[in-house]
Design a protein around this ligand. Structure first.
Ligand code: PLP
Length: 316
């Protein structure tokens, strides 16, 4: 079967919903779903890349393991184990006849109550949806994006667990991104409540200084990104020294290169932060971006297990 490329922002025709593949028109959610009102859901963003060997899903197992861990923290009861969810992702990708996609698994509390202890009353629904996604940041994804330091602070992990990818947590990102776009920027950097650099609204951050790569960790109130972990390994493979520790605003200004990592952003260089402009020469960022794009296509012999190949339609 020929693959059907989705136009940018287009949503694929089939969902996986509560255990079965269903056409979009047949999937409905009660207007009183708890997740809709209170953000009581957890999700993942996963990418499938088009390759000559068929669609390659990047680090599927790791994404679904994080999904299961996130669900546990919010007492969402997902009725399927990780291998079953991975198979569902691949099967529905094939059903949609997609060569590449942005894949969005979502588990959320459904209808029953307005109680703020939904796990005692509400069913857990699980949805896997697919859409097109090219460069999240358009041309800036390759050439560099314009970023501002947000007036909004990243929520403290004492308030919400930053390593959990929960729907409600993203209200923080929405405020920061909306402010950034309103002021003419592509993205925001959030500082944590101690004034250290935390992360982007949907990305981890790395700085390069004198050939050394540095990124922070959960102690700076960030999500432990799967792209972040992959880029750290790719750097070590290439003998680029990596330090894990806090990053200050001064470190950003003093850096030779700064880049974001994320499933949507991949490896995106920063062109400037507010009035501070970085050099266009970004040797470390470019090398790691290239290495990452090679790895997601399943072409890095050091990491053959990072890509799961899913043949379209009957080829699965
Ligand atoms: C707040 C935040 N930080 C970091 C990331 C990067 O995570 P990953 O590389 O797993 O996509 C994301 C994206 O999911 C995010 O939303």
């Amino acid at each position: 079967m020929p693959s059907v490329p989705l136009n940018h922002m287009e949503i694929a025709p089939f969902y996986w919903f509560d255990g079965a593949i269903s056409p979009r028109a047949e999937v409905s959610v009660d207007p009183f779903a708890h997740g809709l009102h209170y953000g009581t859901g957890v999700f993942e963003g996963v990418r499938a890349y088009a390759t000559p060997r068929g669609p390659a899903v990047f680090r599927l197992r790791e994404h679904m393991e994080r999904f299961a861990r996130s669900a546990q923290v919010y007492s969402l009861k997902i009725a399927w184990d990780v291998p079953t969810l991975c198979a569902a992702v691949l099967e529905t990708l094939a059903k949609n006849e997609l060569e590449s996609a942005y894949i969005r698994p979502l588990a959320f509390f459904g209808e029953k109550t307005i109680s703020l202890a939904p796990s005692f009353y509400c069913p857990t629904h699980v949805l896997i949806a697919y859409r097109a996604l090219g460069n999240y940041f358009g041309a800036g994804q390759e050439n560099g994006i314009r970023v501002t330091i947000s007036p909004w602070r990243k929520f403290s992990s004492k308030a919400l667990p930053s390593t959990v990818k929960a729907s409600g947590h993203y209200a923080n990102s929405v405020l920061a991104m909306t402010d950034a776009v309103t002021r003419g920027f592509d993205e925001a950097i959030l500082l944590n409540d101690r004034g250290e650099v935390a992360e982007g609204t949907g990305e981890n951050i790395f700085v390069v200084k004198d050939g050394v790569l540095r990124t922070n960790d959960r102690s700076a109130d960030v999500l432990h990104g799967i792209t972040r972990a992959s880029v750290i390994e790719l750097a070590r493979d290439r003998d680029v020294p990596v330090e894990i520790g806090p990053i200050s605003v001064d470190d950003l200004h003093d850096a030779d290169e700064v880049f974001f990592t994320g499933t949507a952003a991949e490896v995106t260089p920063l062109a400037c932060i507010d009035g501070h402009v970085f050099s266009n020469a970004r040797p470390v960022t470019l090398a790691l971006r290239e290495a990452y794009l090679q790895a997601v296509a399943g072409d890095d012999p050091r990491h053959p297990d990072w890509a799961t190949f899913a043949r379209v339609a009957s080829g699965v």
